[in-house]
Design a protein around this ligand. Structure first.
Ligand code: UDP
Length: 238
């Protein structure tokens, strides 16, 4: 039985980074499409006002604690989460695994030109990996069935969806029953990191759980979105 903790109505799996990878490997071998999401405080706050999003998170096969805010919430409530399991770290480990096992991935999302660049870099860095295909994330409703058909013709082991939250989670949920692939994971801006069009915070910020601060300094226009972190902590304290 999986152990989960409830964070403002969102069931979060109590797993370490290595346990998360083991779980995902099992999900890849399980018939049917499994979904993996990595909520941070901003997403959990969104889910408070968006029932559809909350229900999608509740029905995911694995929900990983991204964001230092979840660890703080766990400390305050004594829930027992041990470490942050971020989307990008998990994706890195999965890409290594895909390289070792010659698995196929498909990358969906990012501005035109960005997923192509990300795939090129991924192919160079993770020897053995098979890039099944990619598509940018700026498509119309009418183009969606074509994208689903393309993914299905490739039948990838992992579909990484980078459309930002909650769009990526909703997209995966909408097409879950039509998609032929083993695992779909929402990984936000990771496509930009692999493409090199965005930089991850330096290690020291990651260690201190201050990646949000680095991002705020780099992208100050995001401050409104980031206000969800103090609102999240206040809600937990209440
Ligand atoms: N994105 C996309 N289509 C959209 C909206 C966003 O492909 O309609 C991409 C965007 O280009 C970026 C990624 O989604 O590469 C993540 O966006 P954001 O930084 O807002 O998400 P976060 O990393 O905070 O989850």
């Amino acid at each position: 039985m999986k152990k989960q903790v409830d964070i403002l109505g969102v069931p979060v799996d109590m797993v370490s980074r290595s346990e998360a990878i083991e779980e995902i490997k099992k999900l890849i071998e399980t018939p049917g499409l499994s979904s993996v999401f990595t909520p941070n405080p901003e997403m959990i706050m969104l889910a408070q006002e968006d029932e559809e999003f909350l229900s999608i998170l509740k029905n995911a096969d694995l929900v990983l604690p991204d964001g230092i805010g979840l660890l703080i919430a766990s400390k305050i409530k004594g829930l027992g989460l041990t470490e942050r399991v971020t989307g990008i770290d998990t994706m890195n480990s999965l890409l290594e695994y895909c390289g070792r096992e010659s698995k196929t991935i498909y990358l969906l999302g990012g501005k035109p030109g960005v997923p192509d660049l990300a795939c090129k870099n991924i192919e160079n860095r993770f020897t053995g990996i098979k890039i099944g295909g990619f598509h940018d994330g700026y498509f119309t409703k009418d183009e969606e069935s074509g994208i689903v058909n393309e993914i299905n013709s490739i039948n990838p082991d992992i579909l990484f969806v980078c459309l930002g939250a909650p769009k990526q989670e909703k997209w995966i949920s909408q097409y879950k029953h039509l998609l032929k692939c083993n695992l779909a994971m929402g990984v936000g801006g990771s496509v930009d990191i692999y493409a090199g069009t965005a930089k991850r915070a330096p290690k020291i910020f990651q260690k201190l759980g201050m990646e949000w601060f680095y991002r705020l300094a780099k992208e100050p226009w995001r401050y409104k979105r980031m206000m969800s972190l103090p609102r999240f902590i206040l809600k937990i304290l209440k």
